[in-house]
Design a protein around this ligand. Sequence first.
Ligand SMILES: [Fe+2]
Length: 252
Amino acid sequence: MSPNPLIELRVGDEITISPTDFLERRSFIMALGGVLLGLGSGTRCIAAPGDDVTFKEFLARANPLAQSLVGDQSASGQDKYLRSIAALASDLADVPVPDKWNNTNQGVTPDSYRIGFNPGGDPFRVLHWRIEPGAICRPHAHTYGNVLSIGLEGTARVSNYEVVGVPDYEEEGSFLVKRTIDQLFRPGSMNLVSLERNYIHGFVAGKNGARGLDITTPLKPKPAHPTPYLTIGDRPVDELAGTYEAAWEFSD
Ligand SMILES: [Fe+2]
C-alpha cells in the first residue's frame, strides 16, 4: 500500500490529479478477486454491459449532445439531459480503470469509498468510484450539479431521497425526507440525480463491493456550505409515503 497521504474530497470537488495524491488499488483488487482489475502501468479496459461503443467513442457522442441539452435546467430539462446521456452510456463496452484512487470522506472509513478519474470533457466530468465489500457511500445531497451513476461491477443498494418541502441546506433541526428510489444497483444500472429529483443518494455495497461511474455536470456555482450529508431515521414515519425523519450532518 502506498504511503501517500489521505486525500479528503467533498462531494463534487474538482481536484488536480497528482501521482502523489493517490493510493494504489492493491487491496481492492484482492477484495474483488483480481478478476477485472490488475496491477501495472497505464489504464486497462474491462468488459461492461452493452457492446460496440468504447469510452472514447461515448465521449465523442455524449459531449456535443450534453452541450446541446445542458442549458435547460428545469426539472424536465435535467431529466432529458440525464436520460439522453444514459441512453448513450447503455452502449458502453469498456471503461478505462484508473491506475490510482483517492481516499474520500464519503464512506465510514477513508479507504472504503475511493474515487479515480476518467476523461470527461465539456460540460461534464467523469468520476470512477469503488466501494469496498459491505461499505457505504454516506447519503448526501447534490446541491449544484446533477449526476448520472452507472454500475460497472459488483452490486450495491442505492437509495435516493428528496426533502419534503423546500430543502434548506443550512437547517440545523430535523425534517422529513421521502425515499424516491430503492434500487439494486449492478452492472448496467443507471441512477439519475438532478437538482430537482432524487437529489440525495447513498450507496451500500454488496459482499463483493461495487464499482461505477458518476457523470457529473455542474449547473450552479459551488455553494458556500459544505456537502450536506444526511442522517436518516431507521424506521419510516409513513411507510407507504416513504417518509423518514432526517437531519443534515455537515462533516467537511
Ligand atoms: Fe453523490
